[in-house]
Design a protein around this ligand. Structure first.
Ligand code: EPZ
Length: 420
């Protein structure tokens, strides 16, 4: 298992380019199942999760091919299997996104239940209730979901809660249903808007993506398309937070300010100079960091995927900050590791109270990553720390960040990847 050896402190400065968005690419790859024509996706990031999805699609009979511009998917061939096995699904929850497309295209699907992960139970009850509202018969047997529908029929479904994956699964399934589907209380993430762009290019009739009501007029078939995936706002936000935490001056090319508004507001409130421009966002932090109070929420709220990284910045801010995690029930895995580095963080259920500034590391400088974004927060802590920090098990990091050590080295940071 690889690890990072980080020598701090450093000032993350220079220019970095945001890669394609993992959380747009994954549903868009699954959308290739909706047509027998080739679907070409450009600008996909070189990430472990993308390769996992390509392997799953290959298992289902849709071939993917590497391209110079990242991983491009020439898929849509004959779908030969309706079965997403546990050994593939257990490594990546997003595998459940093949459920809706398989059901819409083949009339049947058998997908392993994703199981929980480090950040929570993460059920898919909303996905299943939505598919039943479209006329599917859904059964749970031996850890698998099996779903059947001769042909899905348009219907009206209101999500009990804002779910990104649930919205994406139902959106994809409804494109081939007979009649009109109205989905209410939908998630509004930019990645859903980008998925709707791809589906529309394939011939789907979708209105309202990005709002809480999406209307889909079902069609009989979808065609191929060529589509460039949007930049990754969470990767971009992570680098902006690295510069803010370490007092650097950074230009993140590709960052879309509108998609990062909640973060940019908090960065400015914390004392950073934030300058969006056409094509990216610049950030500079010279003075002291000020405390902030943040509560995560579904888009357009503060993204839960930046909560851990923001917490690291607050350990360097003067005063007591609070961070409330409202989306996942267990997304403070990074707190014990940050505390071992000397951070002063008190947990009370879903709220963390961070008192700063605390120099890092006061003590142990060997920390272990548990989930994708917690890993990123430990790297940021290592960059701010004085001395050497080793972050173990960074395979989590490789799931969502393209060769992070190379990008950080280009930004004046001393980070080495080592085989442990
Ligand atoms: C997506 O996960 C993202 N992953 C996550 O990013 C992100 O944290 C999350 O949305 C929230 O923004 C991808 O897009 C591949 P949800 P998803 O369904 O779709 C509960 C990362 O770091 N829920 O919006 O799985 C669920 O338990 C990853 O890149 C139900 O109760 O998230 C959670 O508490 C981590 N029933 C909340 O809703 C359901 O049927 C939000 O989950 C579905 C969800």
């Amino acid at each position: 298992m690889d690890q990072f050896r980080i020598h701090g402190p450093c000032r993350v400065s220079g220019r970095v380019e945001a890669a394609g968005a993992k959380n747009a690419a994954l549903p868009e790859m699954a959308a290739a199942l909706l047509t027998e024509e080739p679907v070409e996706l450009r600008g996909l990031p070189r990430l472990r999760d993308i390769r996992t999805m390509a392997r799953l699609l290959g298992h289902l009979g849709v071939e993917a091919a590497e391209r110079p511009d990242g991983v491009e998917l020439h898929g849509g061939g004959e779908v030969s299997s309706d079965d997403a096995p546990y050994e593939l699904v257990k490594t990546m929850r997003a595998s459940v996104l093949v459920l809706g497309p398989l059901l819409a295209r083949l009339g049947r699907a058998r997908v392993s239940l994703p199981g929980g992960c480090a950040i929570g139970v993460r059920p898919i009850d909303q996905h299943l209730a939505g598919l039943e509202a479209l006329g599917a018969t859904v059964e749970l047997q031996h850890g698998y979901v099996t779903a059947h529908a001769a042909r899905l029929r348009g219907g009206r479904f209101r999500f009990d809660l804002r779910t990104v994956g649930g919205t994406e699964n139902l959106l994809m399934a409804a494109t081939l249903a007979r009649g009109t589907t109205v989905l209410e209380n939908c998630a509004r993430e930019p990645e859903i808007v980008d998925l709707a762009r791809l589906l529309t290019a394939m011939g789907a009739r979708v209105e309202g993506a990005g709002g809480d009501r999406i209307t889909i007029q079902g069609v009989d078939r979808l065609g191929g398309a060529s589509h460039r995936v949007i930049p990754d706002r969470i990767e971009a936000g992570t680098y902006l937070l690295a510069a803010a935490t370490t007092g650097g001056a950074l230009d993140v090319a590709g960052a879309v300010a509108a998609d990062l508004a909640p973060l940019l507001e908090k960065l400015a409130a914390a004392g950073c100079e934030v300058s969006p421009y056409d094509g990216g966002v610049r950030l500079q932090r010279d003075g002291e960091l000020r405390r902030c109070d943040v509560s995560t929420a579904p888009h357009p709220g503060f993204p839960t995927d930046l909560q851990a990284q923001f917490m690291v910045m607050m350990t360097q801010a003067r005063g007591v900050s609070t961070l409330r995690e409202t989306v996942f029930e267990n997304r403070f895995q990074h707190v014990p590791e940050l505390a071992r580095m000397g951070a002063d963080i008190q947990l009370d259920e879903r709220t963390a109270r961070i008192t700063g500034p605390t120099p890092l590391p006061l003590s142990a400088a060997r920390v272990m990553a548990t989930d994708l974004r917690a890993s990123a927060s430990l790297v940021l802590a290592g960059l701010a720390a004085t001395g050497e920090t080793v972050v173990e098990r960074i395979y989590h990091l490789d799931r969502g960040y393209e060769r992070m050590e190379l990008k950080l080295q280009a930004l004046d940071a001393r980070v080495e990847r080592e085989a442990a």
